[in-house]
Design a protein around this ligand. Structure first.
Ligand code: THU
Length: 136
């Protein structure tokens, strides 16, 4: 699937809007994430921190929650930005979230360019692996 430059720009704009609403009083590192869904919807999220630092929700958590709440589907293009609107890399845990809801073909914008999930999370653990290793 090809994503136009205009679509990437629109996703970055949506991510910046989300980042502006982040709750990040502890790290002072607001993050906004936005994605295109396979039915044409867009979803977004921002990080929400907590005084119990480990309880922090990454921007991708909010995005995935909105995806599911608004009807599900598969993520096809994803970006996330920091305070200056600069494109960020998603953390390891969030790469796993993106794999679950985007699969191998999800296109992820990184500072180095657009990459498929197979490059962002090589040899990912997914639903099929649960069947392989399950106890009878
Ligand atoms: N953060 C995200 O929201 N997403 C990521 O993929 C990387 C990290 C947030 C979590 C925390 O609120 C802040 O960035 C600093 O780690």
């Amino acid at each position: 699937m090809t994503i136009s430059d205009d679509t990437w720009a629109a996703l970055r704009a949506l991510a910046i809007e989300a980042m502006d609403r982040a709750y990040a009083p502890y790290s002072k590192f607001p993050v906004g994430a936005a994605a295109l869904v396979d039915d044409g919807r867009t979803v977004s999220g921002c990080n929400v921190e907590n005084a119990g630092y480990g309880v922090t929700l990454c921007a991708e958590c909010g995005l995935v929650s909105e995806l599911v709440r608004s009807g599900g589907g598969r993520l096809v293009a994803f970006t996330c930005v920091g305070a200056g609107g600069q494109v960020l890399v998603p953390c390891g845990r969030c790469r796993q979230l993106l794999w679950e809801h985007g699969g191998p073909e999800l296109l992820v914008e990184l500072p180095s360019g657009v990459h498929p999930m197979t490059e962002v999370l090589p040899e990912a653990f997914g639903p099929q692996d649960l069947q392989v290793g399950a106890r009878a």
